[in-house]
Ligand binder design. Structure first.
Ligand SMILES: N[C@@H](CCC(=O)N[C@@H](CS)C(=O)NCC(=O)O)C(=O)O
Length: 205
């Protein structure tokens, strides 16, 4: 039986976080490169799989699909060490996954996209400045949290860390300065030191 397929753009942190978890859990999968800049998520074939027209997307051999990177992290981490057993800790994981999608990714990832891929930093200077300010607010929340614990949910490296790592470790590609965030930088190194860690290819120069 063939493996689950992960449709993703290799420059995308949302796609990388799913590949990283699959790699850490040694789950076989086939990566299907789907170039968002070429509109590959907006073709009729892709929209039939995900009407929301976005990657990542998981497609199982029996035809089931799952969209939304953090839903994938939750589903794929069940029963593994990357998702805690304790219900309170599970709620804390959800808290950080929602934080990532509402208060972090829309700023840190979007600035990186505008600067690095769309290359419109000059044309969209005002928008970028506003997004950067919100991105720095997210980094400040992370810095404060990591003063008290090595990972986002205590001592255990979890999918909360994987979700937040994806765009934080490439924040500098969007012009964010991580020097004033020593706890965040130490945490990035702790994530990179996890056994089985898979780096994301350098996407932007
Ligand atoms: N909330 C979604 C966001 C997915 C998303 O924005 N994907 C981008 C790439 S990172 C995309 O597919 N963009 C192509 C498009 O909108 O056409 C998730 O976490 O999976």
């Amino acid at each position: 039986m063939s493996a689950v397929q992960l449709f993703g753009d290799s420059r995308s942190g949302n796609c990388y976080k799913v590949a990283l978890l699959l790699h850490l859990t040694q789950t076989p999968f086939d990566w299907v490169e789907t170039d968002v800049m070429q509109g590959r998520t907006r073709t009729t074939d892709f929209l039939a799989l995900n009407p929301n027209g976005r990657v990542p997307l998981l497609l199982w051999p029996d035809g089931r699909t799952l969209a939304e990177s953090n839903a994938m992290l939750l589903h794929l981490s069940r029963g593994s060490s990357y998702f805690p057993e304790d219900p309170w800790k599970q709620a804390q994981v959800w808290q950080w996954l929602f934080f990532e999608q509402y208060s972090h990714e829309p700023y840190i990832a979007v600035v990186r996209f505008v600067v690095c891929f769309a290359r419109r930093e000059v044309e969209e200077a005002e928008r970028v400045a506003g997004l950067r300010e919100k991105g720095y607010q997210a980094l400040a929340v992370m810095e404060k949290t990591l003063q008290d614990s090595p990972f986002f949910v205590g001592e255990q490296f979890s999918v909360a860390d994987i979700a937040l790592y994806a765009y934080t470790h490439v924040a500098e590609e969007g012009g964010f300065d991580l020097k004033p965030y020593p706890q965040v930088r130490n945490w990035l190194a702790r994530v990179q030191a996890q056994p089985g860690f898979l780096p994301m290819g350098k996407a932007c120069s």
